[in-house]
Design a protein around this ligand. Structure first.
Ligand code: PLP
Length: 425
């Protein structure tokens, strides 16, 4: 897929890491967002100033320069997933891409059928459009996941009916990093003649994706999860066998082949393209390095902190993501005590409420265990020193919190907590 490997130098990495040097918390939340890679920023800057043209201006060189930059960006993004540039539609991000894919297909194929298959652990940007469609008279099947967080392809096959128009299953989960059996699901959808959409926001640029081999018909991406700018994303729409059509969400000047009107954000697209190129070129080397760090972190956590649970399949997982439950501790209080680390908890993902993560609950974790989880993500700028510092802080905080926990005391005394009858007061 790529011809040369271009590894970010230690200087590149250091420049992407302002957070640590300034005494701010160590950033371990790369699944939420990433800093812009300095090489990406450099590529973007001229398009804010001297190359400011509108890519839709056909009558002068300002427009041509902008259009050429957009088309280079489009090519680079297409190349990462084995698509052709004409199959890429730019959007404002993966939330919009998912909305366009799901609502756009649903409306276009309304006369063919009104049944959609998805999964309970999808991102809200998939679940909420599905809920919206249910209110409009569509039927949605939400498939469960196994305890390892994966959907069973056989369940997808069983859920497809004559009126099914779309299957939407994410590539990799944002909370756990678990990777679904996408090639198997793609094959089933292809055989049954049902369109297959995947929200690949977490996987794009991090693990190999090939829309041909994997029979993917629509695929959502976002720049800011791969060290590009926030506010730009893309949707892959297959053009041949079959040709995928969507009803647009936004009508206007007919940009993006009518799929998404609006003046293209040229600097953001240039940044997205550069980020995609860097991700593809460094994927092999970077995923190896990040996986090594993650496994180092996992081994240290498992050997130095008692009573932890790693959530989700270890084998089928993004290199950088780890989701860990620390029994008898509340994730929120752990995060409060970890001022030196920026991570997210299994409760914080769903708005501001302290509902335990629906993703972890769907994997069979009880409320308690779901509440005690943290998501830690290793990224391009992460060093071994940072990983070690985070584990040190974790071990210390967990021990402190457990010292103060009556539950932990009972566990130490050998009392089986499940036999206790709690009284409400
Ligand atoms: C971040 C994320 C989104 C939302 O992407 P935006 O570009 O921020 O709208 C959707 N799906 C998944 C899996 C994500 O991780």
């Amino acid at each position: 897929m790529t011809t040369q490997t271009q590894t970010p130098s230690p200087e590149d990495r250091a420049r992407t890491r302002p957070a640590v040097t300034a005494g701010r918390p160590i950033y371990m939340d790369y699944a939420a967002t990433c800093p812009v890679d300095p090489r990406v920023l450099d590529a973007m800057l001229p398009y804010f100033t001297e190359k400011f043209g509108n890519a839709a201006s056909r009558t002068h060189s300002y427009g041509w320069v902008a259009e050429e930059a957009v088309e280079i960006g489009r090519e680079r993004i297409a190349e990462v997933i084995g698509a052709s540039p004409k199959e890429i539609t730019f959007t404002s991000g993966a939330t919009e891409s998912n909305n366009l894919a799901i609502k756009g297909v649903a409306e276009y194929l309304a006369d063919k059928g009104r049944h959609i298959v998805t999964c309970v652990t999808e991102h809200k940007a998939v679940l909420d459009p599905c809920k919206y469609l249910e209110r409009k008279g569509y039927e949605v099947t939400y498939l469960p996941v196994a305890p390892d967080g994966r959907v069973d392809p056989q369940r997808v096959a069983d859920a497809i009916r004559d009126d099914t128009i779309l299957v939407s299953i994410m590539f990799a989960n944002n909370e756990t990093g678990v990777v679904h059996p996408v090639p198997e699901i793609g094959r089933i959808c292809h055989e049954r003649g049902v369109l297959f959409h995947t929200d690949a926001t977490q996987a794009f640029g991090k693990i190999p994706i090939d829309v041909q081999e994997m029979n993917i018909d629509l695929l959502s991406m976002s720049a800011h999860k791969i060290y590009g700018p926030k506010g730009v994303g893309a949707l892959y729409l297959r053009r041949r066998r079959p040709r995928v059509r969507v009803v647009p969400l936004i009508h206007g000047g007919g940009h993006e082949r009518g799929n998404r009107s609006g003046t293209l954000p040229v600097p953001l697209i240039v940044g997205f393209g550069e980020a995609a190129k860097i991700a593809a070129e460094s994927m092999e080397e970077e995923s190896r390095r990040i996986l090594e760090l993650r496994e180092h972190m996992r081994r240290r956590i498992e050997s130095e902190i008692p009573e932890v649970v790693i959530n989700g399949s270890i084998e089928h997982r993004l290199p950088g993501t780890l989701n860990v439950s620390f029994k008898y501790i509340e994730g929120e209080s752990l995060i409060m005590g970890l001022r030196g680390v920026a991570v997210s908890s299994g409760s914080a993902c769903t708005s501001a409420s302290l509902e335990p993560s629906y993703v972890l609950r769907a994997m069979g974790l009880d409320d308690e265990l779901a509440h005690s989880s943290l998501r830690m993500c290793i990224g391009r700028p992460t060093t071994r020193e940072e990983v070690d510092a985070v584990v040190d802080m974790l071990a210390e905080r967990v021990a402190k919190l457990r010292e103060m926990s009556p539950l932990w005391e009972m566990v130490q005394e050998g009392i089986d907590l499940s036999t206790i009858e709690w009284t409400a007061h």
